[in-house]
Design a binder for this molecule. Structure first.
Ligand code: SAM
Length: 146
């Protein structure tokens, strides 16, 4: 990215190699470990989150919350989907395109979904929730009180 002065205003120009203003650097990759998986059966109103055994103690106290935030990886998106930076809101082509960072579109460089769900139950390594719009098999990255 390069910061340029144009007609008295600063504008940001994307460099071919990417990068940040003032030569700042960013890590090219960071690591995340999925903590579990979404189980979503067709036709069911509820979804399950299966937590891997090594993370189960992180659920202690979860029952005191009605709602949780679930962060998941939209694993079925392709590299092409991840290169899309502008889309029509909700796929409505009568609306002008907007940037994906201004929307909840699944297309984005890091396909992280973030959904507030209702907690219906907790049994060992399994959470039962309502309202999780993640495909079956989506890796779960994190859960936070909501
Ligand atoms: C609009 S996104 C929003 C997700 C979340 N509520 C958010 O705001 O980040 C929800 C859509 O993402 C898509 N999706 C969900 N799980 C996915 C997955 N594992 N791979 C690809 N697409 C997925 C489905 O089309 C779903 O309807």
């Amino acid at each position: 990215m390069t910061l340029l002065m144009r007609e008295g205003k600063f504008v940001v120009r994307a460099d071919k190699q990417g990068g940040l203003p003032n030569g700042q650097t960013r890590p090219q990759r960071i690591g995340v470990r999925p903590i579990g998986l979404v189980v979503s059966r067709e036709g069911s109103q509820h979804q399950e989150i299966k937590i891997a055994s090594e993370f189960v103690s992180g659920l202690d106290g979860v029952e005191s919350h009605d709602h949780l935030w679930v962060l998941f990886w939209m694993h079925q998106l392709t590299e092409d989907d991840r290169a899309i930076l502008q889309v029509h809101p909700r796929g409505d082509t009568t609306q002008p395109k907007a940037g994906v960072f201004a929307l909840h579109s699944p297309c984005r460089p890091n396909p992280i979904g973030m959904t507030r769900v209702r907690l219906l139950g907790w049994e060992g390594s399994k959470l039962v929730v309502e309202g999780l719009d993640a495909f079956d098999g989506s890796p779960v990255l994190d859960i936070k009180s909501g």
